[in-house]
Design a protein around this ligand. Structure first.
Ligand code: MD6
Ligand code: FE
Length: 200
């Protein structure tokens, strides 16, 4: 399989076949029955444009109290287990890493975006983050270890996987926009992004 390197980001185009994508979406629907999507607000109280849920021992929460990992969904329920296909992918792509403790599930509608940010709420930043894109294409922007400076962007398509390890683990990144109706995977359109992380 081909691998693209953009800075220290490792992109695996079409890692998941369309059949594997369909199966994964079916499993995610089961996860979301147990742990429904919710709309997080930033600590300042602004609603985020993505809707979120999670699987695994921990989910990531943002509300007026701040950003943090929690062992339970806002409903009080435990998060569902991380689907097997994602654990297998993790072991294939980052075999030396510890096992993931969180699979964050983000749902982007056609107007959603994600500002430039670092993922740094995890205790051990030597562990990678692996992201899976499903559904509509999204413009992914990759920056530097500090805010600002030159950036590079790529369109992520359904089935693509991005490994953020090494210097990319601490690099700023974000989603500028989603291209509506660019995939038929999700009947109502939109994009799902999964990010697997080691939390502790
Ligand atoms: C993406 N997502 O959607 C990249 N980070 O392709 C992220 O970088 C991300 O979706 C933190 C929390 C949620 C995310
Ligand atoms: Fe991120």
């Amino acid at each position: 399989m081909t691998v693209l390197h953009v800075r220290d980001f490792e992109i695996h185009p079409g890692y998941f076949s369309s059949v594997a994508q369909e199966q994964l979406v079916a499993r995610l629907r089961e996860c979301l029955e147990q742990a429904p999507l919710f709309q997080p607000v930033t600590p300042r109280g602004t609603p985020m444009s993505v809707r979120m849920s999670a699987a695994g021992q921990y989910g990531w929460i943002s509300d007026r109290k701040g950003y943090r990992y929690e062992a339970r969904h806002p409903s009080g329920q435990e998060w569902p287990p991380i689907p097997d296909a994602l654990m297998t992918m993790w072991q294939d792509l980052v075999p030396d890493a510890r096992l993931p403790e969180c699979c964050l599930i983000n749902w982007y509608d056609e107007a959603a975006k994600m500002g430039m940010h670092q993922d740094k709420d995890e205790a051990d930043l030597s562990q990678p983050v692996v992201s899976v894109s499903l559904g509509d294409e999204a413009l992914f922007r990759m920056g530097n270890q500090t805010r600002g400076g030159k950036t590079e962007s790529v369109w992520l398509r359904s089935g693509d996987v991005v490994v953020m390890a090494g210097t990319a683990r601490r690099a700023y990144h974000g989603i500028d926009r989603v291209r509506p109706q660019s995939s038929t995977l999700l009947p109502k359109g939109g994009r799902i992004n999964l990010t697997l992380r080691v939390v502790t």
